[in-house]
Design a protein around this ligand. Sequence first.
Ligand code: SF4
Length: 355
Amino acid sequence: MALADKLSTRAKYPFLPEAKEAFLALGFNLDSFRDASTKPIVERAAKRIINALHWGENVNPMDVTEDDVTELVSFPLAIILAAKTGDKYLQRRFALAEASLAYKRMSNEDSELILRIAREAFKINVEYDDTYPPYRYTVGLVDYLKSASKFNDPVWKLVNRVVARGRVYIESRELIRLLRDRIEKYILENIEKAEIEVGKLPENLEEVVKNIRNQIPERKFEDLTLKEGSSPEAWPPCMKAIYGKLTSGESVSHFANFMMAAFLVNIGLPVEEIISIYSRRSDFNERIARYQVEHIAGLRGSRTKYITPSCSKIRTNGLCIENGRLCGNIKNPMTYYKKKLRELKRIDKDKAQEK
Ligand code: SF4
């Protein structure tokens, strides 16, 4: 293990424009990695992904090499290798781990560098302003809403913020939190781009991709086979939308997780099946997921089973689809589900009679 402090800024934050310039100046292309001298870079790129698979967001920020070029070049190479595995779970986990790594490093940086990362790498409209401690920065309203709308914690809601002259005051750790999300998104976008643009890899890199694929943990939970009657066909649009995101490994807000779990509990899906849906999340932790689902199902703590949140609550959280246009005048997603289920059963019965 090496000291991350010895690394240059561009090696620690390889998504900065100056890092991209330095990478281009080095003149690497995919064929360069056939050369034995680049082996440490290839190994580090593979390790970035394998560490992400094993540790996710708990990845150790000190587990790096001390060589600037190795750190710098292994980042875009790891993006290409992750793209070539074709595994969405791995890709999301890698993006999450790299963003968490940067988050931990940024937490120890001075405000000047944080400002530079926010402005130069992500074009965020941010200024240093410590007029109202503990706030350290202000962010333009548009940028703030774009970033913070995904966070479910009420503290991020605009009504709970200090806003002056079209700017929102935020603390240092909050800006770093916003940056973490931007970095994760940046990595996922670049993986997607690499999937389309990067052609065949040299054999030695193909071999590395194969080895990485072998390290993807076997799905402990089988692909979802829902019981008769629990089919997503009968689910309301808001639940289908979250289900789609979860099964493709996308992250969703705390509230979205809660409303989905509460809905699944209330339609009678067994705890194991609910956990299997959550197992596709890049930050999946079985112990935590089980605890939360069992809590919602009333099998732990106060032993109270949670009801499915109402449509108005879901709407307030911005998760209702097309303002309920597809659902009729209902107050709770369970109403949609029960009605639809009856309808589907009737159709099945009619078909059986026709036969
Ligand atoms: S109306 Fe209710 S059930 Fe339908 S999408 Fe909106 S929140 Fe979901």
